[in-house]
Write a protein that binds this ligand. Structure first.
Ligand code: FES
Ligand code: FE
Length: 403
């Protein structure tokens, strides 16, 4: 029987719904180890999009703390995810973050694995060696309209509802044939929950994000959105664009919403003008914003002409890697239909403002003067997130006690 750390039990007892979390949830290494095991090791994680690996044998690695997952395209376009650990003596098999391989060859003693993970050859092993039971250990993978999710759990949470909801919102973008305009990676001294909190509220948008507020009506929380929304909704529905928004509720862990840009604004851009040709099935620049979020690591904000995705990966209680990607239509020609600098600049500026907020937030939370504070009415999604997280941690206490 394990004993949950005293810190966890005390912090759970201290938590009050409607207030930010007690300090150890943002800073304590033991609680972070439980986060890693019970949330990051269990829930579905956004890995990337299939257009990053267009050809059979194309692969990329998603490194999550000590874990390393190879995501590789199979011969018929299928997507496999394997633990990047050789079944001989455990060496990493793929050493590069991205690459192409007809077969995956372990650099240590050259065991050779197929794209589907099965062991193809194991040199100098006895004739009766059982190759069948020494394939790469599989990782659960789900592909929804070209977007790849994995779970490190042997028994991940049900994904049907997420897949169904996300498919309706994602389909028009045709991510399977999209094109990466730019990728950027940031390492931030912050806790992953502070990033989640920051990206679930717009209480800070008015004072901090002038560019974002120029693009999105109501982002400053002082303007009425409903007149614009009521005008756009029927237009979107008429054109077959999904308008049945999905909010976080109870134990659910995904959100999918459509909301309007400011009238006259075509895209997330500094001048409000389009920055690329409409993506996928979109015929114009009037689809508003498709916003997706899935705990604990996925955000997508997609406008008619590009999608911005954010993949958060914690490496310690107080450190995260943030991978950001900008995707445009697969037929868009760089230099003709789009300029990567122009596609990226809106979120480079807005994201940069957010990174500073998240880092400063942790610095203040780490001080001896920190006490949990009240969420504002504009931060209702943070109450939902904090409650969701605390419920998961309460489950941890039960699970660790009976383990
Ligand atoms: Fe991979 Fe030996 S560890 S072949
Ligand atoms: Fe922000």
């Amino acid at each position: 029987m394990n004993t949950p750390p005293r810190q966890l039990r005390e912090s759970l007892a201290e938590y009050r719904s409607g207030w930010s979390l007690p300090q150890p949830f943002y800073t304590d290494p033991e609680i972070f180890a439980l986060d890693r095991k019970h949330i990051w090791g269990k829930y579905w994680l956004y890995a990337g999009v299939v257009s990053e690996i267009p050809k059979p044998g194309d692969y990329f690695i998603y490194a999550l703390g000590p874990d390393s997952v190879v995501i590789i395209r199979g011969d018929k376009g299928e997507v496999y995810a394997h633990h990047n650990s050789c079944r001989h003596r455990g060496s990493l098999v793929c050493l590069e973050e991205r690459g192409h391989a007809t077969t995956l060859v372990c650099p240590y003693h050259q065991w050779v694995f197929q794209k589907n993970g099965s062991l193809h050859t194991a040199r100098l092993m006895p004739k009766d060696f059982d190759k069948k039971s020494h394939g790469l250990k599989p990782v659960h993978v789900q592909v929804v309209e070209g977007v790849i999710f994995i779970s490190l759990s042997d028994n991940p949470p049900a994904f049907d509802k997420v897949a169904e909801d996300y498919a309706r919102f994602l389909k028009p973008f045709r991510f399977e044939s999209s094109k990466v305009a730019l990728r950027e990676r940031f390492e931030l001294n912050t806790n992953w929950k502070l990033i989640t909190e920051n990206f679930r509220e717009c209480y800070h948008c008015g004072p901090v994000h002038p560019e974002y507020c120029r693009a999105v009506i109501g982002a400053n929380l002082t303007e009425a959105v409903d007149p614009t929304l009521n005008e756009r909704m029927p237009e979107w529905a008429d054109r077959g664009l999904e308008t049945r928004n999905v909010q976080f509720e109870g134990s659910s862990f995904h959100l999918a919403v459509r909301y309007p840009l400011r009238p006259g604004v075509e895209s997330y851009s500094l001048d409000g003008k389009a920055v690329s040709i409409p993506m996928g099935d979109h015929k114009d620049h009037n689809a508003g914003v498709t916003g997706l979020c899935m705990y604990p690591n996925f955000w997508m904000d997609a406008v008619s002409d590009y999608a911005w995705t954010m993949r958060v990966t914690p490496v310690a209680a107080t450190r995260c890697i943030v991978d950001v990607m900008w995707l445009v239509d697969g037929k868009a020609v760089e230099g003709v239909d789009y300029d990567p600098k122009r596609v990226a600049e809106f979120w480079q500026i807005t994201g940069g403002q957010d990174w500073d907020l998240c880092v400063n937030n942790l610095k203040g939370v780490q001080t001896s003067g920190y006490v949990p504070g009240p969420y504002s009415p504009g931060e209702v999604d943070l109450v939902k997130f904090a409650d969701w997280y605390i419920d998961r941690m309460r489950e941890v206490v039960t699970a660790e006690v009976i383990a």
